[in-house]
Every structure is written in C-alpha cells, then in structure tokens.
Design a protein around this ligand. Sequence first.
Ligand code: NAD
Length: 388
Amino acid sequence: MTTFEFATANRILFGAGTVKEVGKRVAALINTPEKRALVVTGGKADRARPLLDILEAAGIDAHTFAIHTEPKVETALEGALRAKETGCTLVIGFGGGSAIDAAKAIAAFATNEGDPLDYLEVIGKGQPLKNAPLPVIAIPTTAGTGSEVTANAVLASLEHRVKVSLRSPLMIPALAVVDPELTYQLPPDITASTGMDALTQVIEPWVSNKANPITDALCMEGIMRAGRAVRWAYQKGAEDINARTDMALASLLGGIALANAKLGAVHGFAGPIGGMFDAPHGAVCAVLLPIVTEVNIRALRERAPGSETLHRYDTMGWLLIGREDPDAMIAWLHDLIAFLNIPPLRTYGLTPADIPPIVEKAAVASSMKGNPIELTHDELTEILERAI
Ligand code: NAD
C-alpha cells in the first residue's frame, strides 16, 4: 500500500436543523471583542435571511456579499476588499458551491495581497499562500459540490476562458455545517445537476489513481447513497427527506474524498467548459459521467487489462445496480441522465469547432491527473463529440 496523507475540515456538523448552531460557533471562532463576519450568498440573498437572524441573535455584526454567477477571480478580489473594508475577521459561505468557493477565495485573498495569478493553478504560478486565510464556515444549500470540506475554490478567469483552482490546505473551512433541510426546496433541475456532481465526486476519487483506504471507504458509502437517492430527490423533492439527507451526505463524502484523492476526466473537462460557456457545473459533469465511465473502462480493458481499477468498476456496479456488471452499469448511468432530463452540451452553445481547444485545456487540467488511465487525444475528442 502506498503512503498517504488525509485532511478535512476541523469540524463537521451534519443533520437537519444544525444551521441553528452557527451563531454560537461563529462567536467561538472570532477572538476579537467586536464580532464581524462577512456572509457570502448566492444571487438570491433572501435565502440567507434565517441565517442572518441567527447571527444577529448571537451578537454577530454580519455584512453580506452576494454573487450572481459561478465565481470569477474578480468577484473574489471584490469580496476580499469588502471583508477588509468592513473589518470582518471571519467569512461564512452560505449557498451552493459558487457561494462557498467565493467565500473561501475571499478569505484567502483578504490576507494574501498581490497578483492573484501568483497563487492560481494552471494559468498562474500556483505558489503556496503566504498567510493563513480568514477562518471560513461553509454552509451548503445544494448537494452538491462538497466544497464545504475541500481545500480549493474554483474561479473563472475571463481572460483565460477557463476555470481553475486556488488551492491550499489552509483553505479547508474551519467548520462545515451540512444541514439537509437547506436543500429541501431545491428545484428539480438544480437537484438533478448538483446531484450528479455529487455522484461524480464519489465515483471519480473511487477510481482515481490517488485513491487511499480512507477515501475508498467514504466513496463506497457515497456511491451507494447517491446512486439510490438521486432519482428520488429529483422526483419527490421535499417529500423525500431521506433522499435529501442521502444526497447531502454523499456530497459531503465526495468533498472529503476528492480533497484527498483527486478527481478524473469528467472534472478535467468541466473546468475548461465552465470557463468558456455559461453552463452549470453539475449539468456538465452529469452529461459527461456515463461517457467518461464507458471510455475509461474500454481504455483499461484495451491497454491495462490487469488493472485493479477494472475490479473497482465491478464493485461500483454492485454498489449502483446490485451486480458486478460494468456494461449494465454504464447503461444504467445513461438511463439515469435521460431520466433526470440532463441536456446535451450543445444547449450551452458548444459546437464541434470548440472541441479541439477544450481537449487541449482538459489534457492539462489538474483533475485529469487523477483519471485511472491516461486518455488519448482521440478518446478525449470522442467523449466531447458524444456529449455535445
Ligand atoms: P451554484 O452554487 O452555482 O448554484 C446553482 C443554482 O442553485 C444557483 O442559481 C443558486 O442560486 C441556486 N441555489 C442554491 N441553493 C439553492 C436552494 N437551496 N434553493 C434554490 N436554489 C438554490 O451550484 P453548485 O453546483 O452548488 O456549485 C457550482 C460551483 O462549485 C462551480 O463553480 C464549480 O466549479 C464549483 N465546485 C467546487 C468544488 C470545490 O471543491 N471547491 C467542487 C465541485 C464544484
């Protein structure tokens, strides 16, 4: 067995109603007499009203910063300026992965000045942060990205037309509060796309070449829960609390797993596509997952027939459909995205002419390094041709 390192959030609170705990937790994390926190929300800032009431009751002076799209480098810099101007010493991310990533990046840029390109991966120097970020409390309202427990924030660079990560072990939130109640009212389309991101994020670290025994245990549990719950959460919404709880847990498990075992080709593509087109991250992952799974299995059978990863795909079949039959499992994944009404990528404006630049960027994406087998240029092209 290889050596490995494992890190996650300092503390995780999970369960319906746990958001009510946040007031006293914030107070404990801020050492100054004046307790000021920046609350980063998604576009519908009203959704954070109950949280703001909880903070007010705990004597926290809360300032808000709303983001309206998946975050850009500029958004994070603007938020960092707001944190400094308002004297906030703690950042709360309340929303989907976009709000949480924005909160994590704001907390990092608030204490690390200079050119953001010094710290960004792929398009920048990827240098370690010089200073510890402000402490972050992450409260997801989608299920989801698992960003509440990961060490990175995904930011779009308008200049480079790509989404890349700002990453540091110091960016793992101090506290993750995963309250499934916050996801009960998610509309079906967002439940489907974010839910497929959660499923992808327990599958990719499971077959990643960086998997370790701890991430394996988390992924097996997560694949089983997301596999059984995503259809119910989509179809029944708030009526199926068990499905919502399974999805919130799968998202959390995926975040812990990916932060320690990396991802794979689905996310390798999602970065460039999300940087070039206005396409929701989860929906991009969803349409790619069945095709990438199929091409990975085929490539392993052809070029690495003795690979242990093929056994992992057998086990994944057992976890998802109750039998070790990878071909039936691939068919199940294709059926799943049809059931969830996941649209093809052309919906977001992708055309065949976009395939070569996306393949070029995906080949060097950090997530691609976790894929269980290096895919050829032709295989990467085939995946996109089929996803469009
Ligand atoms: P999102 O945060 O962009 O939210 C999607 C939509 O859902 C938004 O319109 C938002 O306002 C809405 N929404 C959120 N919560 C809601 C609720 N409870 N009820 C109704 N609507 C709600 O989507 P996401 O998929 O959660 O996050 C995507 C972002 O996260 C992308 O930028 C992606 O790259 C990033 N990401 C980060 C990591 C990480 O580890 N840092 C991992 C995966 C993805």
